[in-house]
Write a protein that binds this ligand. Structure first.
Ligand SMILES: Nc1ncnc2c1ncn2[C@@H]1O[C@H](COP(=O)(O)OP(=O)(O)OP(=O)(O)O)[C@@H](O)[C@H]1O
Ligand SMILES: [Mg+2]
Length: 285
């Protein structure tokens, strides 16, 4: 597709019975923390198809990490539910791995031991030693298997965390601002590498980020969230053939439109419109 023809299209976000085949289905999902008067998240409806990378952007405190923890099964919804492959999520599972902003490695284990940690609990598709080698190769750390993780750079530590998460062959990868502590070069390298790994392994992913470029570089669809309570303000599908290249003119145009959407999300939610009618009636170009 020519760059000039590309535009961001708002998409339907409400879940319906047709979305039963979605890999991840969020139905009327709300969450209120104990001792809080108001919901942190309210009425989130989203269907994420198999193999899609959904990028979630929104202001600090709008509930992005809470959303990931609900999908991971680390938190229970106050109402509504999360379904994976049609089954309700009732707790954590090695089939869904959450990667945090800080790598949180085990400092008393070396690189290979960290990568193999999850394999103690989950049957490995290949013998554990072989699997660890495969994962280290995948993230380009095969020369560092015996290293003390405390001696690694931030980017290398994040790669170890990624290899540890991938070792158990999760179907769903949840990434909570995984590159925000890294320098621009390392970040760009890992963005491309992780997107490549997600595609190669056929995973479905939800990426939380503050960085609109990152959302465009890694996502297939981008959800912009509102705050107080956190809910979906806009969901935009990236055009087929979207070039994941910052220098490309089409990328710049999409970046500009997304920025505008982000700014609009700071305005009050229209009281008369349901999220669904608001999202679908909005013209972005
Ligand atoms: N354990 C908790 N108990 C009570 N309130 C919490 C708890 N964790 C988060 N919150 C509140 O829920 C809201 C959303 O928090 P969350 O961490 O999900 O936001 P976020 O969008 O990830 O923010 P950031 O972009 O800064 O990481 C915030 O107001 C926060 O104070
Ligand atoms: Mg967060």
């Amino acid at each position: 597709m020519k760059a000039a023809a590309m535009k961001i299209e708002p998409t339907k976000t409400s879940a319906s019975s047709q979305d039963e085949s979605a890999k991840i289905l969020l139905c009327g999902l709300s969450h209120r923390y104990r001792h809080r008067k108001l919901n942190t998240l309210s009425d989130i409806d989203l269907a994420i198809p198999h193999g899609q990378v959904l990028a979630v952007v929104g202001r600090s405190g709008c509930g992005k990490s809470t959303l990931l923890q609900l999908i991971a099964g680390l938190l229970r919804p106050s109402s509504g539910e999360v379904r994976i492959d049609g089954l309700p999520v009732s707790g954590p599972s090695p089939r869904r791995n959450l990667i945090f902003q800080q790598p949180s490695l085990y400092p008393w284990m070396n690189v290979a031991q960290n990568v193999g940690f999850g394999l103690k609990f989950v049957p490995s598709p290949t013998p554990p030693r072989r699997r660890i080698e495969e994962m280290l190769q995948l993230v380009g750390l095969e020369q560092h298997a015996e290293d003390d993780v405390r001696m690694l750079s931030g980017g290398q530590q994040q790669r170890v965390a990624l290899a540890r998460s991938l070792a158990t062959a999760p179907e769903v990868l949840l990434l909570d601002e995984p590159f925000s502590a890294l320098d621009a070069m390392t970040r760009a390298e890992l963005q491309a590498q992780v997107r490549g790994i997600i595609d190669a392994l056929g995973m479905t992913a939800v990426l939380v980020t503050h960085d609109l470029d990152e959302a465009l570089l890694m996502g297939d669809r981008i959800v912009v969230m509102d705050s107080h309570p956190g809910r979906v303000r806009e969901a935009v599908e990236l055009p087929a053939g979207h070039r994941r290249d910052r220098a490309h003119v089409g990328f710049q145009r999409l970046r500009h439109q997304l920025e505008q959407t982000f700014v609009d999300a700071a305005r009050p939610f229209p009281a008369t419109a349901s999220p669904y009618t608001y999202q679908t009636s909005r013209e972005l170009n």
